[in-house]
Design a protein around this ligand. Structure first.
Ligand code: THU
Length: 163
């Protein structure tokens, strides 16, 4: 029997002011786009903005529905748009923020499990890892170097090719 260990390193900043100019710009865009969320049921407005490898910017926000499971997270709205507008172009970085009508927005949020799976496949299909910048409307910022770091031992398309 062997024991394996999984670990990853991420950066923690006290505020947006500590980021590089391109990163702080992207995070501020994500904070701003939370206004476009449609979240009348949760009042939890999520904004995601990506910088693509070709320099283009693509945004996504969560889109809820009276039939709750129909709702989509901001990250998957973004990925669908990016794949449609710029097929086969890798994503360098995605900034994700949220505006919680019910309370504070001082702590970074991290993509949900389904979005981690979608992000992981996007990395695979474009052959490039996606960097994540996570933060609320204020406060600490996490930078995760590869979104797939958040999904260890994941199931992916290589697994489908095994006999
Ligand atoms: N949500 C996102 O858009 N992204 C996340 O990473 C977490 C959750 C949305 C889904 C739902 O509309 C609302 O936030 C509350 O869960």
């Amino acid at each position: 029997m062997n024991k394996e260990e999984y670990q990853f390193t991420y950066e923690v900043f006290d505020s947006v002011d500590e980021l590089s100019q391109p990163d702080s710009w992207l995070l501020n865009e994500a904070r701003g786009v939370t206004e476009s969320a449609y979240a009348p049921y949760s009042n939890f407005n999520v904004g995601a903005v990506a910088k693509l490898a070709n320099g283009e910017i693509v945004a996504g926000t969560n889109q809820e529905n009276a039939s709750y499971p129909v709702g989509l997270c901001a990250e998957r709205v973004l990925l669908s748009s990016a794949a449609t507008l710029y097929p086969r172009i890798a994503i360098d970085t995605i900034a994700i923020s949220y505006n919680n009508n019910n309370g504070e927005s001082k702590h970074p949020i991290s993509p949900c499990g389904i979005c981690r799976q979608s992000l992981s496949e996007y990395e695979e299909r474009t052959g490039q890892s996606i960097r994540l910048i996570l933060s609320g409307m204020e406060g600490k910022v996490y930078i995760i170097p590869r979104s797939s770091d958040l999904l260890p031992l994941s199931f992916g398309r290589v697994d489908m090719k095994q006999n």
